[in-house]
Design a protein around this ligand. Structure first.
Ligand code: C5P
Length: 405
């Protein structure tokens, strides 16, 4: 089964003059790790934030900053450079760069390259939230979008200027994922997908709980990928601080029992359920109504087992295609296959926890097992892996029952 994707091989990275330029260094590195040849063009003011030497070292290629560099033009002229690129990526794309691109200006090397290229660039905006919200910027963005330019972000959150709102540059891992997007067009069109994500919190008293370190990133990325593949997606999220993916219906829950109730109701109408949440195996037998006080002696908590949500869904009268996750530290295949059989589900995505992978990390790697078959999804940023998982699920749904691979 082919489910992998890769970034375009020749990427021209344009860096605008914003503090997020420091993240473009990491992006250069990651693009090279993903196998791309990267040539960097800095705007004149971008050099005030990060030096050309930094990008030269990271890209292993000469960096260009000016249209008027005779030696660089002799080596590869700007029109040649524009044609060389499979994709132009501008990160960070400042309000000024967006304005100049919207108006077709060619007053420096980067804008000239964009005008000379036949392929629309990918813009990754980063700026103060008020600058982003300004009608002038929004009109420029609309002009560019109408011309087929893709904009990624901005993300919402704390900004370097000390304020908060939409304006943060999307993280390098998500830019890589966007560049390596698998064409999922319509792979899940008309399907209803329910996805769970994040941890559950089991309350001990009004201020304390038992939780776990799940960030929710994998589940949110899967919900976004399913939505991008044409599915109608309901995301049942434990307590996480992540923005809801566009077009996805989100239901927030706290405990395993609340997640069971929400999942059972949503799954009754679903075609596919993907259980990514790290559900607490145990909960306190009773949550204390008041705050538990120090007594000077040891404290014993009595925990009772939580219901297995996935296993419960196998009993639904209209049973959806059920996908589970298994985080393991050893005997990955044996344990994952045992779990597949024990829970009576259709596919399990297993990951080895540790070595910088799994919970609370940006990257992951998955082994997929289903009755009689197996596929490996090698280490990749979670959004990219999510697309590959959705492609694999779509493949399994299309395959006649009992097909091994
Ligand atoms: O048995 P284990 O917890 O390792 O299984 C993990 C898988 O089962 C995940 O897909 C998780 O969302 C799901 N699960 C569940 N209900 C539980 C515990 C785990 O649905 N109580």
């Amino acid at each position: 089964m082919r489910v992998s994707a890769s970034v375009p091989s020749r990427i021209l990275l344009g860096v605008g003059a914003g503090i997020a330029a420091y993240k473009a260094c990491e992006l250069t590195r990651r693009l090279r790790d993903a196998g791309a040849e990267v040539r960097v063009v800095l705007t004149a003011n971008a050099e005030r934030f990060v030096t050309a030497t930094t990008f030269q070292a990271l890209s292993g290629q000469p960096v260009r900053t000016s249209l008027w560099d005779a030696a660089a033009e002799a080596a590869m002229g700007h029109i040649e450079l524009a044609r060389w690129a499979d994709r132009i990526v501008i990160a960070p794309a400042t309000a000024d760069l967006i304005a100049r691109l919207a108006h077709g200006r060619a007053d420096d090397l980067l804008t000239t390259l964009c005008l000379a290229s036949e392929r629309p660039p990918l813009l990754v905006p980063a700026m103060n939230h008020a600058m982003w919200a300004h009608p002038a910027t929004q009109a420029n963005v609309a002009t560019l979008r109408a011309r087929g330019v893709e904009l990624l972000g901005p993300a919402v959150g704390d900004q370097a200027c000390g304020e908060s709102g939409p304006g943060r540059m999307v993280e390098p891992a998500d830019i890589i994922a966007a560049l390596s997007r698998i064409p999922l067009d319509g792979a899940l069109a008309g399907r209803r997908v329910v996805c769970s994500a994040g941890p559950t919190y089991e309350d001990l008293d009004p201020v304390r709980f038992i939780g776990n370190r799940s960030s929710g990133r994998m589940g949110f990325a899967i919900a976004a990928a399913a939505q991008a593949a044409g599915a109608q997606v309901t995301l049942i999220a434990g307590p996480v601080s992540l923005a809801t993916p566009a077009g996805v219906t989100r239901i927030d829950v706290r405990s395993a029992q609340a997640m069971l109730a929400a999942m059972t109701a949503a799954a009754a109408e679903a075609d596919i359920v993907i259980a990514v949440a790290a559900v607490a195996d145990y909960r306190p037998a009773a949550a204390s109504a008041g705050k538990i006080r120090k007594s000077g002696a040891a404290l014993t908590l009595t925990l009772v087992e939580n219901p297995d949500i996935l296993a419960a869904l196998t009993a639904l009268p209209r049973r959806p295609f059920l996908v589970g996750f298994a985080a393991e530290t050893e005997d990955l295949e044996a344990r994952a296959r045992a779990k597949l059989a024990r829970k009576g589900i259709d596919l399990i995505a297993a990951n080895r926890v540790g070595d910088g992978l799994g919970i609370e990390t940006e990257d992951n790697a998955l082994e997929l097992y289903w009755p009689g078959g197996h596929a490996s999804l090698p280490r990749a940023p979670k959004p990219q892996l999510a697309q590959q998982l959705i492609a694999a699920i779509a493949g399994r749904l299309a395959a006649p029952r009992g097909t091994p691979a």
